[in-house]
Ligand binder design. Sequence first.
Ligand code: FAD
Ligand code: DLZ
Ligand code: SF4
Length: 509
Amino acid sequence: MVKRLILVLGDQLSPELSALRKGDPGTDMVVMAEVADEAGYVPHHPKKIAFIFAAMRKFAAQLREDGWDVRYTQLDDSENAGSIVGELLRRAEETGADEVLATEPGEWRLIEKLKHAPLKVTLLEDDRFLASHKEFEDWAEGRKQLRMEYFYREMRRKTGLLMDGDQPEGDKWNYDHDNRKPAPDDVTYPGPMQFTPDDNVEDVLDLVETRFGDNFGTLRPFHFATDRTQARRALTHFITHALPRFGDYQDAMLDQNRFLYHAVISPYLNVGLLTVIEICKAAEDAYRDGHAPLNAVEGFIRQIIGWREYVRGIYFLEGPDYPARNALGHDRDLPAFYWGAETKMRCISKAVEQTQDQAYAHHIQRLMVTGNFALLAGIDPYQVHEWYLSVYIDAYEWVEAPNTVGMSLFADGGIIASKPYVSSGAYINRMSDYCKTCAYKVSAKTGEDACPFNLLYWDFLNRHRDRFEGNPRMANMYRTWDRMDEERRETVLNEAGAFLHKMDAGELV
Ligand code: FAD
Ligand code: DLZ
Ligand code: SF4
């Protein structure tokens, strides 16, 4: 007789998962299921679905080797109940188990479903993260502003990463001013390690092609790692060949290079194939061995123990309504070019094209190209959130929503960002080579071929003057705007309006 069911979700593929640690292979049974509900709550990129299903299948096989009794449901199984709760109920009936142990899911939607399931479900903390909910709440308690930088220092102290006693390595916590160099002419890194799909992965690709072939995104070729051994190799490849230059070119973008020196490890980390500590230790070792400089290693570790933990803290602190926030009252529909329709804006078309091909774009493409445009143009944040949640292979709501709704769109009213991440075309031109081949002219501030980012930037600031003019970090922007002569300001606003009108009408912009 099975005592308990242990639920393992598609982004919980870690042998050290709290539910597995608490369970007993002698009496408990693991339940894993590919279900229509999870594969369909947004139109996920086919590569994302394939990655998750392939990694789930391999993880189930590993659990069996480790002695667990695993009931695994494939998407096409005739008995498939179509939802996580449905599958748990079916397995409970089958085995006589009356209790479920689960590690807390990374999304309010699924937490609510499990809490309201007609079964006894015990939710355990997801301690694959460094900071528990309680720790983050304690840190946030009584603070006027929840700035990542201070939280990050706590995480450095807690882990001892890049610490020299109780002081930060090199005497500074943050080496960002050494980073952010414009795009290099020549990138020496060939990109992330690629893996040839084996027969099991090919089976998954066939399934996904049949069932989700119409979703936005190209399924084949598929080269992601799908198990821990492969993910470890991908990490070592990055640390050896890219980490030393990661810091320098972290914010750069190139028309003909999709990865620059980025790690592309978020898919693996987010499903549990890699752990936070092993990644950061590998990076720290590279610094201590003299293989990578401090600015690169500190910058990299900050993204993981700083930003990643911090955004998760915010998601759970703020509650289930967070993804639907819309502090700036933006309500424009997401333009079709986010789904691959033609646009003359080279930066957007390249970011979307690589998203479609790879289910990946790096941080600055997400923040300063597609995100920046959505914010400047006043697009409904919920639609933007659903887009990001769908199209990226690493997207789960706990990490995607704070990045999109908070950091990128300022729709949380400034909890994450102290000022909106908006820029004109000048920033994109400085950090990339997109503008060289664009139909628009980045140097043109008005007129037929003026870069739309230039027009929309001022339109945004003007539209939200009441909210932002008192922000000391934005005072300069308003001073520049105010110094322009009246006629020029009017031209900018009229042309921005005309651009948005054309875009809304579905014309080529
Ligand atoms: P690298 O640049 O090599 O960074 C190393 C690691 O740091 C990443 O793997 C990731 O785990 C972590 N990291 C870096 N920045 C962040 C951040 N802001 N938040 C959380 N972790 C971070 N990241 C996701 O994992 N899932 C998402 O759904 C997601 N959505 C985003 C949406 C928007 C609008 C923006 C602006 C950012 C989003 N990010 C998201 C953060 C970041 O863009 C990705 O983590 C990063 O691009 C992943 O690629 P990489 O592994 O090559 O990262
Ligand atoms: C994203 C995803 C997809 C596409 N499919 C499944 C699935 O079939 N079965 C499953 O257990 N998990 C899947 N996931 C991941 C879940 O959606 C994820 O666990 C929640 O969004 C919480 O982060
Ligand atoms: Fe993007 Fe403007 Fe540069 Fe074109 S000119 S690539 S629209 S920033």
